[in-house]
Ligand binder design. Structure first.
Ligand code: PEP
Ligand code: MN
Length: 437
Protein backbone atom coordinates (compact mmCIF):
# COMPACT_ATOMS: atom_id res chain seq x y z
CA UNK A 1 0.00 0.00 0.00
CA UNK A 2 1.43 3.34 -0.99
CA UNK A 3 2.75 5.40 1.89
CA UNK A 4 0.90 8.63 2.44
CA UNK A 5 2.00 12.06 3.54
CA UNK A 6 2.28 12.98 7.19
CA UNK A 7 -1.25 14.26 7.56
CA UNK A 8 -2.89 11.91 5.16
CA UNK A 9 -5.09 9.10 6.22
CA UNK A 10 -5.49 6.19 3.98
CA UNK A 11 -8.78 4.41 3.90
CA UNK A 12 -8.72 1.12 2.15
CA UNK A 13 -11.75 -0.88 1.43
CA UNK A 14 -10.98 -4.18 -0.09
CA UNK A 15 -13.81 -6.55 -0.55
CA UNK A 16 -13.75 -10.17 -1.39
CA UNK A 17 -16.01 -12.56 -3.24
CA UNK A 18 -19.36 -13.71 -1.93
CA UNK A 19 -19.08 -15.57 1.35
CA UNK A 20 -19.85 -19.22 1.57
CA UNK A 21 -23.50 -19.04 2.44
CA UNK A 22 -24.76 -20.81 5.45
CA UNK A 23 -28.43 -21.29 4.82
CA UNK A 24 -28.87 -24.11 7.29
CA UNK A 25 -31.33 -23.30 9.95
CA UNK A 26 -32.42 -20.33 7.83
CA UNK A 27 -33.61 -18.15 10.63
CA UNK A 28 -35.79 -15.46 9.22
CA UNK A 29 -35.29 -11.80 9.88
CA UNK A 30 -37.26 -9.03 8.45
CA UNK A 31 -36.17 -5.95 6.58
CA UNK A 32 -39.14 -3.67 6.05
CA UNK A 33 -41.81 -5.95 4.70
CA UNK A 34 -39.32 -8.28 3.13
CA UNK A 35 -38.43 -11.48 4.90
CA UNK A 36 -34.76 -12.19 4.57
CA UNK A 37 -33.05 -15.46 5.20
CA UNK A 38 -30.10 -16.07 7.41
CA UNK A 39 -27.58 -15.64 4.66
CA UNK A 40 -29.00 -12.27 3.87
CA UNK A 41 -29.13 -11.18 7.43
CA UNK A 42 -25.48 -12.10 7.74
CA UNK A 43 -24.76 -9.92 4.75
CA UNK A 44 -26.67 -7.08 6.34
CA UNK A 45 -24.59 -7.27 9.45
CA UNK A 46 -21.42 -7.48 7.37
CA UNK A 47 -22.51 -4.45 5.44
CA UNK A 48 -22.30 -2.39 8.62
CA UNK A 49 -18.56 -2.69 8.43
CA UNK A 50 -18.27 -0.34 5.60
CA UNK A 51 -19.83 2.83 6.97
CA UNK A 52 -18.07 2.24 10.24
CA UNK A 53 -14.82 1.98 8.37
CA UNK A 54 -15.56 5.31 6.81
CA UNK A 55 -16.70 6.91 10.05
CA UNK A 56 -13.55 5.66 11.64
CA UNK A 57 -11.39 7.42 9.14
CA UNK A 58 -10.17 10.00 11.59
CA UNK A 59 -8.40 7.46 13.68
CA UNK A 60 -7.90 4.81 11.10
CA UNK A 61 -4.72 2.84 11.19
CA UNK A 62 -2.94 3.64 8.03
CA UNK A 63 -3.32 0.96 5.42
CA UNK A 64 -5.82 -1.13 7.34
CA UNK A 65 -8.16 -3.14 5.23
CA UNK A 66 -11.81 -3.83 5.57
CA UNK A 67 -13.19 -6.86 3.97
CA UNK A 68 -16.77 -6.90 2.96
CA UNK A 69 -18.26 -10.16 1.77
CA UNK A 70 -20.56 -10.02 -1.18
CA UNK A 71 -18.82 -7.47 -3.30
CA UNK A 72 -15.64 -7.20 -5.27
CA UNK A 73 -13.45 -4.25 -5.85
CA UNK A 74 -10.91 -2.00 -4.30
CA UNK A 75 -11.33 1.56 -3.22
CA UNK A 76 -8.37 3.51 -2.09
CA UNK A 77 -9.06 6.97 -0.84
CA UNK A 78 -6.50 9.37 0.45
CA UNK A 79 -8.03 11.71 2.93
CA UNK A 80 -7.28 15.36 2.53
CA UNK A 81 -8.51 18.47 0.89
CA UNK A 82 -9.89 18.14 -2.57
CA UNK A 83 -12.96 16.50 -3.90
CA UNK A 84 -15.41 14.63 -1.72
CA UNK A 85 -16.33 11.06 -2.19
CA UNK A 86 -19.87 9.94 -1.42
CA UNK A 87 -20.51 6.35 -0.50
CA UNK A 88 -24.03 5.03 -0.82
CA UNK A 89 -25.10 1.81 0.72
CA UNK A 90 -28.37 0.30 -0.44
CA UNK A 91 -30.74 -2.02 1.35
CA UNK A 92 -30.30 -5.67 0.55
CA UNK A 93 -33.02 -6.75 -1.82
CA UNK A 94 -33.32 -3.39 -3.58
CA UNK A 95 -34.45 -3.76 -7.14
CA UNK A 96 -32.07 -2.85 -9.98
CA UNK A 97 -34.55 -0.19 -11.21
CA UNK A 98 -34.45 1.48 -7.81
CA UNK A 99 -30.68 1.60 -7.87
CA UNK A 100 -30.68 2.89 -11.41
CA UNK A 101 -33.06 5.71 -10.48
CA UNK A 102 -30.62 6.92 -7.83
CA UNK A 103 -27.65 6.60 -10.17
CA UNK A 104 -29.41 8.44 -13.00
CA UNK A 105 -30.12 11.38 -10.70
CA UNK A 106 -26.51 11.49 -9.58
CA UNK A 107 -25.24 11.45 -13.13
CA UNK A 108 -27.51 14.39 -13.91
CA UNK A 109 -25.60 16.37 -11.31
CA UNK A 110 -22.46 15.69 -13.33
CA UNK A 111 -21.05 13.27 -10.76
CA UNK A 112 -19.49 9.93 -11.55
CA UNK A 113 -20.98 6.77 -10.08
CA UNK A 114 -18.92 3.66 -9.64
CA UNK A 115 -20.83 0.66 -8.40
CA UNK A 116 -18.25 -1.26 -6.44
CA UNK A 117 -20.22 -4.42 -6.34
CA UNK A 118 -19.23 -7.30 -8.53
CA UNK A 119 -20.75 -9.83 -10.81
CA UNK A 120 -24.42 -10.48 -10.16
CA UNK A 121 -24.65 -7.28 -8.16
CA UNK A 122 -27.68 -6.11 -10.04
CA UNK A 123 -29.65 -9.16 -9.07
CA UNK A 124 -32.06 -8.75 -6.16
CA UNK A 125 -30.23 -11.69 -4.58
CA UNK A 126 -26.96 -9.81 -4.50
CA UNK A 127 -25.87 -9.36 -0.98
CA UNK A 128 -24.48 -5.91 -0.90
CA UNK A 129 -24.79 -2.86 -3.10
CA UNK A 130 -22.41 -0.01 -2.54
CA UNK A 131 -21.89 2.87 -4.95
CA UNK A 132 -19.00 5.29 -4.82
CA UNK A 133 -19.63 8.74 -6.18
CA UNK A 134 -16.85 11.08 -7.28
CA UNK A 135 -16.82 14.67 -8.37
CA UNK A 136 -18.02 17.88 -6.81
CA UNK A 137 -20.10 16.20 -4.11
CA UNK A 138 -22.19 18.67 -2.13
CA UNK A 139 -24.17 18.30 1.09
CA UNK A 140 -27.40 18.84 -0.83
CA UNK A 141 -26.53 15.79 -2.98
CA UNK A 142 -26.04 13.68 0.09
CA UNK A 143 -29.33 14.82 1.59
CA UNK A 144 -31.27 14.17 -1.57
CA UNK A 145 -29.81 10.70 -2.09
CA UNK A 146 -30.75 9.82 1.47
CA UNK A 147 -34.45 10.36 0.66
CA UNK A 148 -34.63 7.35 -1.66
CA UNK A 149 -36.33 4.35 -0.11
CA UNK A 150 -33.66 1.92 -1.25
CA UNK A 151 -30.81 3.92 0.32
CA UNK A 152 -29.63 2.62 3.65
CA UNK A 153 -26.86 5.11 4.32
CA UNK A 154 -24.96 7.90 2.61
CA UNK A 155 -21.58 9.03 3.75
CA UNK A 156 -19.58 11.87 2.26
CA UNK A 157 -15.93 12.19 3.13
CA UNK A 158 -13.19 14.56 2.12
CA UNK A 159 -10.84 12.61 -0.01
CA UNK A 160 -9.33 12.02 -3.34
CA UNK A 161 -9.32 8.75 -5.20
CA UNK A 162 -5.78 7.57 -5.59
CA UNK A 163 -5.72 5.84 -8.90
CA UNK A 164 -7.75 3.85 -11.33
CA UNK A 165 -7.93 0.91 -8.99
CA UNK A 166 -11.01 2.83 -7.99
CA UNK A 167 -12.72 1.64 -11.09
CA UNK A 168 -11.71 -1.95 -10.60
CA UNK A 169 -14.89 -3.85 -10.15
CA UNK A 170 -15.79 -7.46 -10.49
CA UNK A 171 -15.61 -7.27 -14.24
CA UNK A 172 -13.48 -5.41 -16.74
CA UNK A 173 -15.30 -2.64 -18.53
CA UNK A 174 -15.92 -2.60 -22.28
CA UNK A 175 -16.20 0.57 -24.34
CA UNK A 176 -18.66 0.63 -27.20
CA UNK A 177 -17.81 2.50 -30.33
CA UNK A 178 -20.86 3.15 -32.47
CA UNK A 179 -20.41 2.40 -36.13
CA UNK A 180 -22.90 4.57 -38.00
CA UNK A 181 -21.93 2.86 -41.25
CA UNK A 182 -22.89 -0.65 -40.25
CA UNK A 183 -25.60 0.49 -37.88
CA UNK A 184 -23.98 -1.55 -35.12
CA UNK A 185 -21.14 -0.91 -32.75
CA UNK A 186 -17.75 -2.30 -31.88
CA UNK A 187 -17.09 -3.32 -28.30
CA UNK A 188 -13.57 -3.23 -26.98
CA UNK A 189 -12.81 -4.92 -23.69
CA UNK A 190 -12.98 -8.20 -21.86
CA UNK A 191 -15.13 -10.87 -23.41
CA UNK A 192 -15.04 -9.25 -26.84
CA UNK A 193 -12.92 -10.17 -29.84
CA UNK A 194 -9.60 -8.42 -30.29
CA UNK A 195 -10.13 -5.02 -31.92
CA UNK A 196 -7.71 -3.89 -34.62
CA UNK A 197 -7.21 -0.16 -35.15
CA UNK A 198 -5.21 0.39 -38.33
CA UNK A 199 -4.64 3.09 -40.89
CA UNK A 200 -2.27 5.81 -41.95
CA UNK A 201 -0.09 7.62 -39.44
CA UNK A 202 -0.67 10.96 -41.15
CA UNK A 203 -3.59 11.67 -43.45
CA UNK A 204 -2.50 12.45 -47.01
CA UNK A 205 -4.51 13.23 -50.08
CA UNK A 206 -3.26 10.47 -52.33
CA UNK A 207 -3.06 7.29 -50.25
CA UNK A 208 -5.35 7.51 -47.24
CA UNK A 209 -8.37 6.00 -48.95
CA UNK A 210 -6.46 3.02 -50.39
CA UNK A 211 -4.48 2.47 -47.20
CA UNK A 212 -7.46 2.54 -44.88
CA UNK A 213 -9.49 0.39 -47.25
CA UNK A 214 -6.63 -2.11 -47.32
CA UNK A 215 -6.67 -2.19 -43.52
CA UNK A 216 -10.38 -2.94 -43.54
CA UNK A 217 -10.04 -5.67 -46.16
CA UNK A 218 -7.33 -7.28 -44.05
CA UNK A 219 -9.65 -7.37 -41.04
CA UNK A 220 -9.32 -4.04 -39.19
CA UNK A 221 -12.32 -2.81 -37.18
CA UNK A 222 -11.38 0.85 -36.83
CA UNK A 223 -9.34 3.15 -39.08
CA UNK A 224 -6.77 5.58 -37.86
CA UNK A 225 -5.39 8.74 -39.42
CA UNK A 226 -3.58 11.76 -38.00
CA UNK A 227 -4.61 15.20 -39.21
CA UNK A 228 -2.66 17.02 -36.50
CA UNK A 229 0.79 15.52 -36.03
CA UNK A 230 2.91 16.12 -32.93
CA UNK A 231 6.43 16.38 -34.33
CA UNK A 232 9.66 16.60 -32.40
CA UNK A 233 10.99 19.14 -34.87
CA UNK A 234 9.07 22.23 -35.97
CA UNK A 235 10.55 21.77 -39.46
CA UNK A 236 8.81 18.45 -40.01
CA UNK A 237 5.40 18.01 -41.59
CA UNK A 238 2.76 18.97 -39.03
CA UNK A 239 -0.33 17.38 -40.57
CA UNK A 240 -3.00 18.65 -42.94
CA UNK A 241 -5.01 19.90 -39.93
CA UNK A 242 -8.65 20.70 -40.73
CA UNK A 243 -8.20 19.68 -44.34
CA UNK A 244 -6.87 16.36 -43.03
CA UNK A 245 -9.92 15.86 -40.82
CA UNK A 246 -12.16 16.52 -43.77
CA UNK A 247 -10.25 14.03 -45.92
CA UNK A 248 -10.37 11.47 -43.14
CA UNK A 249 -14.12 11.80 -42.71
CA UNK A 250 -14.60 11.51 -46.48
CA UNK A 251 -12.52 8.34 -46.38
CA UNK A 252 -14.61 7.10 -43.45
CA UNK A 253 -17.75 7.46 -45.55
CA UNK A 254 -16.12 5.42 -48.34
CA UNK A 255 -14.56 2.71 -46.21
CA UNK A 256 -17.30 2.49 -43.58
CA UNK A 257 -15.24 2.10 -40.41
CA UNK A 258 -15.21 4.39 -37.37
CA UNK A 259 -12.08 6.53 -37.08
CA UNK A 260 -9.59 7.46 -34.39
CA UNK A 261 -7.54 10.63 -34.72
CA UNK A 262 -5.24 12.57 -32.43
CA UNK A 263 -6.30 15.90 -30.97
CA UNK A 264 -3.27 17.95 -30.03
CA UNK A 265 -4.70 21.07 -28.52
CA UNK A 266 -7.74 22.18 -26.50
CA UNK A 267 -8.45 24.73 -29.23
CA UNK A 268 -9.14 21.92 -31.71
CA UNK A 269 -11.57 19.84 -29.67
CA UNK A 270 -14.61 21.57 -31.22
CA UNK A 271 -13.27 20.82 -34.68
CA UNK A 272 -13.09 17.12 -33.85
CA UNK A 273 -16.69 17.32 -32.69
CA UNK A 274 -17.69 19.13 -35.88
CA UNK A 275 -16.28 16.26 -37.95
CA UNK A 276 -17.69 13.77 -35.47
CA UNK A 277 -14.45 11.86 -35.03
CA UNK A 278 -15.46 8.58 -33.40
CA UNK A 279 -12.52 8.18 -31.00
CA UNK A 280 -10.40 11.10 -29.79
CA UNK A 281 -6.77 10.12 -29.34
CA UNK A 282 -4.49 11.95 -26.96
CA UNK A 283 -0.84 11.39 -27.72
CA UNK A 284 2.18 10.44 -25.68
CA UNK A 285 3.49 14.01 -25.65
CA UNK A 286 0.23 15.29 -24.24
CA UNK A 287 -0.11 12.61 -21.60
CA UNK A 288 0.04 15.22 -18.83
CA UNK A 289 -1.65 18.06 -20.66
CA UNK A 290 -4.40 18.07 -18.08
CA UNK A 291 -6.44 20.84 -19.69
CA UNK A 292 -6.62 18.82 -22.89
CA UNK A 293 -7.56 15.67 -20.99
CA UNK A 294 -10.37 17.55 -19.26
CA UNK A 295 -11.69 18.91 -22.56
CA UNK A 296 -11.67 15.57 -24.38
CA UNK A 297 -13.22 14.01 -21.29
CA UNK A 298 -16.05 16.51 -21.41
CA UNK A 299 -17.02 15.53 -24.93
CA UNK A 300 -18.21 12.14 -23.65
CA UNK A 301 -16.66 10.58 -26.78
CA UNK A 302 -14.51 7.48 -26.54
CA UNK A 303 -10.95 8.59 -25.75
CA UNK A 304 -7.82 6.64 -26.60
CA UNK A 305 -5.38 7.87 -23.96
CA UNK A 306 -1.75 7.09 -24.81
CA UNK A 307 0.74 6.64 -22.03
CA UNK A 308 3.43 9.31 -21.84
CA UNK A 309 6.75 7.81 -22.93
CA UNK A 310 8.40 9.01 -19.73
CA UNK A 311 5.51 8.55 -17.34
CA UNK A 312 5.27 5.98 -14.60
CA UNK A 313 2.15 3.90 -14.35
CA UNK A 314 1.01 5.90 -11.35
CA UNK A 315 1.32 9.12 -13.33
CA UNK A 316 -0.46 7.46 -16.23
CA UNK A 317 -3.41 6.34 -14.15
CA UNK A 318 -3.75 9.65 -12.37
CA UNK A 319 -3.68 11.54 -15.65
CA UNK A 320 -6.26 9.22 -17.19
CA UNK A 321 -8.48 9.98 -14.20
CA UNK A 322 -8.78 13.55 -15.51
CA UNK A 323 -10.77 12.11 -18.40
CA UNK A 324 -12.96 9.92 -16.25
CA UNK A 325 -13.55 12.68 -13.72
CA UNK A 326 -15.51 14.50 -16.42
CA UNK A 327 -18.07 11.73 -16.24
CA UNK A 328 -16.60 10.06 -19.31
CA UNK A 329 -16.62 6.29 -18.92
CA UNK A 330 -15.42 5.72 -22.47
CA UNK A 331 -11.76 5.68 -21.66
CA UNK A 332 -9.44 3.29 -23.47
CA UNK A 333 -5.83 3.11 -22.27
CA UNK A 334 -3.06 2.73 -24.82
CA UNK A 335 0.48 1.54 -24.14
CA UNK A 336 3.02 2.50 -26.80
CA UNK A 337 6.49 1.88 -25.41
CA UNK A 338 8.61 4.13 -23.23
CA UNK A 339 12.04 5.68 -23.13
CA UNK A 340 14.31 3.20 -21.39
CA UNK A 341 17.71 1.61 -21.62
CA UNK A 342 16.54 -0.77 -24.31
CA UNK A 343 17.62 0.85 -27.56
CA UNK A 344 16.99 -2.00 -29.96
CA UNK A 345 13.78 -0.40 -31.13
CA UNK A 346 12.31 3.08 -31.36
CA UNK A 347 10.96 2.75 -27.83
CA UNK A 348 11.32 0.18 -25.12
CA UNK A 349 8.29 -2.08 -25.08
CA UNK A 350 5.98 -1.91 -22.08
CA UNK A 351 4.14 -5.14 -22.78
CA UNK A 352 4.37 -6.27 -19.17
CA UNK A 353 2.22 -3.35 -18.20
CA UNK A 354 -0.71 -4.86 -20.06
CA UNK A 355 -0.69 -7.41 -17.26
CA UNK A 356 -0.32 -4.70 -14.62
CA UNK A 357 -3.17 -2.60 -16.00
CA UNK A 358 -5.44 -5.62 -16.03
CA UNK A 359 -4.73 -6.02 -12.34
CA UNK A 360 -5.33 -2.46 -11.21
CA UNK A 361 -8.02 -1.10 -13.45
CA UNK A 362 -10.93 -2.21 -15.53
CA UNK A 363 -10.46 -0.07 -18.66
CA UNK A 364 -9.86 -1.65 -22.07
CA UNK A 365 -6.19 -1.77 -23.06
CA UNK A 366 -4.78 -1.16 -26.52
CA UNK A 367 -1.16 -1.79 -27.45
CA UNK A 368 0.41 0.33 -30.20
CA UNK A 369 2.64 -1.99 -32.21
CA UNK A 370 4.03 0.59 -34.60
CA UNK A 371 5.09 3.39 -32.29
CA UNK A 372 6.55 1.06 -29.69
CA UNK A 373 8.81 -0.76 -32.13
CA UNK A 374 9.11 1.82 -34.87
CA UNK A 375 9.99 -0.94 -37.27
CA UNK A 376 7.75 -2.83 -39.64
CA UNK A 377 9.54 -6.16 -39.16
CA UNK A 378 8.86 -6.11 -35.40
CA UNK A 379 5.12 -5.63 -35.71
CA UNK A 380 4.03 -9.28 -36.12
CA UNK A 381 6.03 -10.56 -33.12
CA UNK A 382 5.09 -7.73 -30.79
CA UNK A 383 1.49 -8.19 -31.90
CA UNK A 384 1.66 -11.86 -30.91
CA UNK A 385 2.89 -10.96 -27.46
CA UNK A 386 0.33 -8.21 -26.89
CA UNK A 387 -2.57 -10.34 -28.12
CA UNK A 388 -1.57 -13.26 -25.93
CA UNK A 389 -0.72 -10.97 -23.03
CA UNK A 390 -4.22 -9.64 -22.58
CA UNK A 391 -4.52 -6.54 -24.77
CA UNK A 392 -8.08 -5.84 -25.87
CA UNK A 393 -6.99 -4.02 -29.01
CA UNK A 394 -3.95 -3.49 -31.22
CA UNK A 395 -3.09 -0.27 -33.03
CA UNK A 396 -0.84 -0.07 -36.05
CA UNK A 397 0.21 2.05 -39.01
CA UNK A 398 -0.48 0.85 -42.54
CA UNK A 399 0.28 2.55 -45.85
CA UNK A 400 -0.01 1.28 -49.41
CA UNK A 401 3.02 3.29 -50.52
CA UNK A 402 5.18 3.73 -47.42
CA UNK A 403 7.95 5.39 -49.41
CA UNK A 404 5.52 8.28 -49.98
CA UNK A 405 4.04 8.34 -46.48
CA UNK A 406 4.24 11.79 -44.94
CA UNK A 407 5.13 10.43 -41.50
CA UNK A 408 6.45 7.09 -40.20
CA UNK A 409 6.47 5.16 -43.51
CA UNK A 410 9.29 2.93 -42.21
CA UNK A 411 6.99 1.33 -39.64
CA UNK A 412 3.87 0.93 -41.79
CA UNK A 413 2.63 -2.43 -43.02
CA UNK A 414 2.12 -2.22 -46.77
CA UNK A 415 0.79 -5.61 -47.81
CA UNK A 416 -2.82 -6.62 -47.37
CA UNK A 417 -1.93 -10.32 -47.36
CA UNK A 418 0.71 -9.89 -44.67
CA UNK A 419 -1.64 -7.81 -42.58
CA UNK A 420 -4.50 -10.30 -42.94
CA UNK A 421 -2.17 -13.11 -41.86
CA UNK A 422 -0.97 -11.16 -38.83
CA UNK A 423 -4.47 -10.19 -37.77
CA UNK A 424 -5.57 -13.81 -38.13
CA UNK A 425 -2.75 -14.93 -35.87
CA UNK A 426 -3.37 -12.19 -33.28
CA UNK A 427 -7.07 -13.00 -33.11
CA UNK A 428 -6.32 -16.71 -32.67
CA UNK A 429 -3.91 -16.04 -29.83
CA UNK A 430 -6.29 -13.63 -28.17
CA UNK A 431 -9.16 -16.09 -28.36
CA UNK A 432 -7.05 -18.96 -27.14
CA UNK A 433 -5.98 -17.09 -24.05
CA UNK A 434 -9.48 -15.75 -23.44
CA UNK A 435 -10.98 -19.23 -23.67
CA UNK A 436 -8.33 -20.83 -21.53
CA UNK A 437 -8.77 -18.25 -18.75
C1 PEP B 1 0.41 8.41 -33.34
O1 PEP B 1 -0.32 7.52 -32.90
O2 PEP B 1 0.36 8.82 -34.50
C2 PEP B 1 1.39 9.00 -32.44
C3 PEP B 1 2.03 10.13 -32.74
O3 PEP B 1 1.56 8.28 -31.33
P1 PEP B 1 2.36 8.63 -29.99
O4 PEP B 1 1.66 9.81 -29.38
O5 PEP B 1 2.22 7.38 -29.19
O6 PEP B 1 3.78 8.91 -30.39
MN1 MN C 1 3.04 7.38 -36.46
Amino acid sequence: MAATGRNDKLIVFESIGAPALDTSGAASHSQGNQPVDRARSRAISCSKWYPSAVRGCNNVTRGRRWQMPGAQGTIQIQQGKGSRVMIIQYYVGSRPEELEAVRAGIREWGLRVQPSTGEGAESPDAQIHVDNVFGDVKDSHRREVATFNCVKSVTAIEGVPQNLSLVRRGERHAVEIPNPYSGGSISIGEGHPLVILAGVCAVDEDYTLDSNRMAKEAGADINRGGAFKPRTSPYDFQGLKEEGLKLLTDVRAEVGLPIVSEVLDVRDVDLFMKYDVDILQTGTRNAQNFELLIEVGRTGKPVLYKRGFSNTMEETLKAANYIMEQGNENLILCLRGVKGIGNSFRNQGDLDEIVYLRQVCDRPIVYDLSHSAGRKSAVPGIGNMAAAGGADGLLLDVHVAPQHALVDGFQAIDSREDLARMIGMWRKLHKLVQEAA
